[in-house]
Design a protein around this ligand. Structure first.
Ligand code: SF4
Length: 369
């Protein structure tokens, strides 16, 4: 099947895009961008430059204004649910990679129901299901069976799993999945090859086109991102934004969103290649809001509570709450999590924080038929 948005994105990527780190726009030119209704990809690049970081306050004000215009004072909440931690890939930054000596589990239907009951009791109706990549332990059929169980508890089920064909995405959509989350991890091919030394995930291009296959399969929402800290973060986020832009132009009916997960150092283990400061993260979020005013922006519990509380004023529209990255982590706690989370607040605490900040937490804004 043709993937025109991915082809267009690849053309932009291969046109020799220089990193925003190398851009040196004048202050008046940057100030003009803050008053424009639309930004071109080249202008988005300028807003990601180090020079634009000095305009963080007016940038944030403009981002806030656009967010309120398009999303009101709402914040959608969701939580991740890990189905299994079997994986054949060797991602060097991941606690679930095939080379790690950890206990491996896969939820049974009863265990999944118990986990779903605990989450549903918090009031949340949006859930994000995750697995590692293993066609032996977690083939699409198993994931589909889990989705059908989860439909008894949730009105929106997103999948963050290994990349699939259009037909397989369509099949999961038919069983109740409505959204896809898939990160390219890094858009730099050389770095990608270093970080993914073995396993099917080595196929950069198959992964790159997966969000578009999700759009073609009829999924309602698609969320993309790069793991910030693996490579030049300004360039990675520029490419994330351009990828989202190409998808949105081609599939205007799809609800596009980006995430900005910062990779965390693992004591004695994986260390990020580059630092991504809190100010950079805030700048990226606000700049993206100006570039794509109607797109969603998700922020995960990898970030500290204080950072998340501040960033909701920069354009964020989705927050995870009550997160746990272990398989069955809320009920049968089997093994360690995929990564450390830093915001351990439950749904009630996150909701209280949002009300205090003048925001309405939204537990349900979609119902799959
Ligand atoms: S990031 Fe995903 S694909 Fe890679 S090792 Fe971890 S679970 Fe497997």
């Amino acid at each position: 099947m043709n993937t025109p948005a991915t082809t267009r994105f690849r053309a932009l990527q291969e046109a020799g895009l220089a990193s925003p780190a190398a851009a040196t726009p004048e202050l008046p030119a940057l100030q003009r961008l803050l008053t424009q209704d639309r930004l071109t990809p080249a202008e988005f690049r300028l807003l990601l430059s180090p020079a634009a970081e000095t305009l963080l306050e007016p940038l944030a004000r403009r981002a806030q204004e656009l967010t309120l215009r398009h999303f009101g004072r709402t914040m959608q909440l969701y939580t991740p649910l890990y189905l299994a931690n079997y994986c054949v890939n060797g991602c060097t930054y991941c606690g679930y990679s095939a080379g790690q000596r950890i206990e491996r589990h896969r939820l049974t239907p009863d265990q999944l129901r118990r986990e779903a009951e605990v989450i549903a009791a918090t009031g949340l109706r949006h859930v994000l299901v995750l697995t590692g990549e293993s066609l032996t332990h977690t083939p699409p059929d198993y994931i589909g069976d889990c989705i059908e169980i989860l439909r008894d508890y949730f009105t929106s089920i997103a999948i963050e799993i290994y990349p699939l064909s259009v037909d397989s995405y369509r099949e999961l959509a038919g069983r109740g999945a409505d959204s896809l989350t898939l990160y390219q991890e890094t858009y730099d091919r050389t770095r990608y090859a270093e970080l993914h030394p073995y396993g099917p995930k080595r196929d950069y291009d198959f992964r790159l086109a997966a969000p578009e296959r999700g759009c073609q399969a009829g999924l309602r929402a698609v969320n993309i991102g790069a793991l910030l800290g693996l490579h030049d973060a300004r360039l990675e986020f520029l490419l994330t934004g351009l990828h989202a832009y190409c998808l949105q132009e081609q599939y205007p009916g799809v609800d596009l969103a980006v995430s900005l997960p910062r990779i965390r150092p693992v004591p004695g283990g994986f260390q990020p290649a580059v630092a991504v400061t809190d100010r950079m993260l805030a700048q990226f979020i606000a700049a993206f809001r100006l570039f794509m005013p109607r797109a969603g922006i998700a922020l995960s519990t990898r970030e500290r509570a204080s950072i998340r509380d501040g960033l909701i004023h920069f354009g964020v529209t989705r927050l995870s709450a009550g997160s746990n990255t272990a398989v069955g982590g809320r009920t049968c706690q089997s093994g360690s999590g995929q990564f450390e989370i830093d915001d351990h607040r439950g749904v009630a605490e996150i909701s209280a924080m949002l009300y205090q900040a003048g925001r309405q937490p939204v537990f349900k804004d979609w119902q799959t038929l």
